[in-house]
Ligand binder design. Structure first.
Ligand code: ATP
Ligand code: ATP
Ligand code: MG
Ligand code: MG
Lengths: 227, 227
């Protein structure tokens, strides 16, 4: 479960301050499937970066499975990320000099998984997102939607319990988007927790409930919670 | 007008060949507003790169306002781009060490426009896309949708006659997307030619007609042509 209380995050530039998150309170249970929507610039990616242990808040508490993350150092946060979290970035963050296959295998580099097994898992994931014939391409040799799918596959290879997807279908046509949504539904029914930022209502509809963010604050929550 | 005949484009990797565009024929009149849709990987961005004089085809002809572009060298293509074309890239391609304002002004750097006038124009465009308060931010200090809007503003500063927009609303919420569509409608009613790749049917609906691309070929054209 994720318990967020009084989360605040600002960016300071000279004497100007941008308040990206303003007193966020949230409770997300294990195996929830949550969508986050809101205007461009409203704080969605900033919230996801804190949930994903990529950055820390200025104030407030973040309990992940009972552990307070606000006070951890970078190494401790990295360890939690590697074990439990799969993050699909809004701008993909792929390594430009490595192939799709190498990119997907990267998260397992320092794990106990053997290279053979990592290769098998990576190929299966790339096939699953429709990139069987693009495994040896580097990002510059891929279309926008293909890069997005490499980022999706990479986020899933360590079998994370918490999946954070920031605009996972932003560059995908409707058929490919549905394919990804089927994949997410499958992961959800396997017990994984999914938090997904999207600006498309038809994508958000796959989640159990939708949180609306606006100017760094939670404005409303809609949808069925716990069928 | 754009006249494309028998356009072909392949990417060769070792002994594998990816046929990205397969015998494309197209006629787009001055002041047309065209949407291009199709599956991820179907060749949309590749076609846009050729239309935008960023790359050349392997075979076929591309006449832009009566001039054959297939045989031009890089400098000649760059000159045409600077004068007539505004390109909004699927992955934005902003300069990371410059502010939003500097990024938008870049296309006018070697033009006859004075620095003062370029600054006024850039500020007006950034205000128009809702970024008045983010002009001094660099790309890493902007949200995904804010970067996208900087890319849109930059593409418009040289008052291009041909606007090529590759997924211009991919990272934008519905309100901000409508704002951008209003801007495009305005440009269109001012006489500009707009070719827009999108995967969202509600965005494509703003165009006069929609071209469907699939496996590098044009599969169908729908919509009202010349009311
Ligand atoms: N430099 C390259 N080398 C090899 N293959 C390439 C290269 N660039 C693109 N491709 C391939 O060409 C095909 C068309 O790519 P393109 O970027 O035009 O697709 P697209 O329709 O824009 O897709 P998307 O909707 O995902 O952005 C893809 O299958 C892609 O893998
Ligand atoms: N490093 C930074 N320095 C200053 N301001 C920042 C920085 N990073 C983000 N911001 C600002 O914080 C606000 C929230 O950004 P965030 O990326 O969380 O928005 P978002 O909801 O994900 O938007 P989008 O839908 O466009 O992706 C934005 O107004 C942005 O300009
Ligand atoms: Mg974002
Ligand atoms: Mg593309």
């Amino acid at each position: 479960a994720l318990v967020i209380k009084g989360l605040n995050k600002s960016f300071v530039m000279g004497d100007a301050e941008v308040k990206a998150l303003d007193n966020i309170n949230l409770l997300i249970a294990h195996n929830d499937y949550i969508a986050i929507m809101g205007p461009s610039g409203s704080g969605k990616s900033t919230l996801m970066n804190i949930l994903g242990c990529l950055t820390t808040a200025d104030a407030g508490s973040y309990l992940l499975n009972g552990q307070e993350l606000a006070t951890l150092n970078d190494d401790q946060l990295a360890s939690i990320r590697n074990q439990y979290i799969g993050f699909i970035f809004q701008s993909f963050n792929l390594q430009s000099r490595r192939t799709a296959l190498e990119n997907v295998m990267l998260p397992l580099r320092f794990s106990k998984v053997s290279r053979e097994e990592a290769t098998i898992k990576a190929k299966a994931l790339l096939e699953r997102v429709g990139l069987a014939e693009r495994m040896e391409h580097c990002p510059s040799e891929l279309s926008g939607g293909q890069r997005q799918r490499v980022a999706i596959a990479r986020a899933l290879i360590n079998e994370p319990t918490l999946i954070l997807a920031d605009e996972p279908t932003g560059n995908l046509d409707s058929n490919t988007s549905e394919e990804i949504m089927r994949l997410f539904d499958e992961l959800h029914s396997n017990g994984q927790t999914i938090i997904m930022v999207t600006h498309e209502p038809t994508i958000a509809a796959h989640a159990q409930l939708t949180i609306q963010l606006e100017d760094g604050q939670i404005h409303e929550i809609s949808g069925i919670h716990y069928e």
